[in-house]
Design a protein around this ligand. Sequence first.
Ligand code: COA
Ligand code: AMP
Length: 637
Amino acid sequence: MSRYAEVYDRWLKDPEGFWAEAARDISWYKLWDKVIDPYAGQYGRWFEGAECNTAYNCLDRHVEAGRGDQKALIYDSPVTQTQRSYTYAELTNEVATISAILTDLGVGKGDRVLIYMPMIAEAVMAMLACARIGAVHSVVFGGFASSELATRINDAKPVAVLSASCGIETARVIPYKPLLDKAIELSEHKPSACLILQRPQAEATLIAGRDHDWAQLVAAAKAVGRKSGCVPVAATDPLYILYTSGTTGQPKGVLRDNGGHMVALKWTMPNLYDIKPGEVFWAASDVGWVVGHSYICYGPLLHGATTVVYEGKPVGTPDAGAFWRMISEHKISVLFTAPTAFRAIKKEDPNGEFIGKYDMSCLRTLFLAGERADPETIKWAEAKLKVPVVDHWWQTETGWAIAGNPVGLGLLPVKYGSPTVPMPGYKVDVLDDKGNPVGANTSGTLAIKLPMPPGCLPTLWNNDERMRKSYLADFAGYYSTSDAGYKDEDGYVYVMARTDDVINVAGHRLSTGQMEEVVAQHKDVAECAVIGVADQMKGQMPAGFVVLNAGVSRDPKEIESEVVKLVRDVIGPVAAFKNVMIVKRLPKTRSGKILRGTMRQIADGESWKMPATIDDPAIMGEITEVMQSRGLASNQA
Ligand code: COA
Ligand code: AMP
């Protein structure tokens, strides 16, 4: 029997009491004046008046409690054939040393530090080192190119950048340093110092006066025992900024605070994920994404569990048994990844033959998030792994699950296609266009009744106005998730589609609007539209439709590959932008709006209706023909 209903009800009746009780699991330098100040910030601020330190709660606290010799972090890198682990005492020591180096480089409380690193243990150390001294980190995913990095440098204005000489994508070495150098060249703001971890696969050239060798500074600091203590910060002070896509080319700087974030993540470890201190929790994601922030770095360490940093892929490093090797070798209790990773494994090993080669009796639960978990993938994982498979729904903005199946409170019945029920803290309503809640099984915008729970974004970095416009203005008293869906008669939530231009490619959040801005920069492009089309493996893939300027007579194939290269150079390989089609015209309404929704329906082979407002219906036929020539619009033939 699940305790979910009782716990959710307890929260609903007394939210402040609920979160005050959860906050007891965190160590504070000073307790709060108010659990929530409803008048502060954009919709209220949690734990006002309290003082704390996130790194202290992740590290020193466990050492003091006797967990010093327990593994805190396991680094496993099939791409470099390396495995290493750090105990809580060792990780604390490494982090305290890096904090001291940051201080020496001029980083102080409230200063921003940009982290652009591959999936190595030092990436997590870098995040914790910032937290330790009250600096605000901003991690940028390695698959973003220089100009995306430059946009973030300009917005966050970091005092220092922490990076590595290269990343490794399966067998390909990607030099990071040239990308970083170009980004700093492009950006108006110039960080005063860069700390570069040299990796033997591609050593970087260091720029005198600005760049510092990570290993050398660490060795020098250790030689003299230089370490930094934990700096108390306000619970409401920022811990990090994580940029995410949406609506325009300018990414949104999602801000996370210290106090509420710790309270929420700590609550999820036993109650949602059913993990005990000392057990191994593996989020197979990347520190560049929110899942990596919450569940590679902070959540497991706040709980005294062991976390895993995996520098590899679900397939190809070396095979589709990579995840099972990890689970059996490191005695992983809970795995968390994106459905796309399982689709990739299933494609290579449909019968799950690799699974039989490993002892996976330690695995209790698989959690999936980042995109809609299609029932086929869930059923395959359930059948092959023989453990509960839990889909849960969240966003960069929330930092933790809005809806899920709380395993620690007792598993609720699974309904395929639904991430189950709202977590305590979230009252999820389905709203019509006017902001009125609709009944069961009726679609609308999924919205969260304000205030958002602890851990959710208090605002966007330096941009309260955009916070209000993007999330709070559409429906009074609510945060709009920009996800559309419905709730059924049992209160189960169904998340069906985004209401904005965001698409989800291999669990990575991308903006088609941003891609359009880049494609439009090509000298031969008159206008364009980018849509997300269904993809069996990655969930969605972007597809670009381009109208050329009058008089352009070059080889269309050449222009297409230039456009692909442009998006890769400006946004980065992560955009997975590979499909461009040159068309004569784009379908538009009489008022000139491109009919992207109908284009997507056609591309996905769904049934569609000719929009009443279309300017020229003949264009739909032209577009369909072009799509079919590229293997899209399969049901339309
Ligand atoms: N640094 C540099 N390049 C990167 C990168 C990084 N950190 N991460 C990805 N890329 C590159 C890839 O090499 C690929 O380049 P290519 O076009 O030259 O092949 C491109 O960006 C697209 O990456 P991706 O969409 O991830 O495709 P993939 O084929 O490399 O991998 C999956 C597909 C499904 C195996 C992989 O995306 C995956 O494991 N996803 C699930 C886990 C996850 O990351 N979830 C995120 C949120 S939970
Ligand atoms: P991100 O901010 O990268 O975590 O992406 C958030 C978006 O991914 C959400 O707004 C949803 O559109 C989608 N998403 C994440 N998890 C799920 C899920 N479990 N089911 C459906 N969509 C999801």
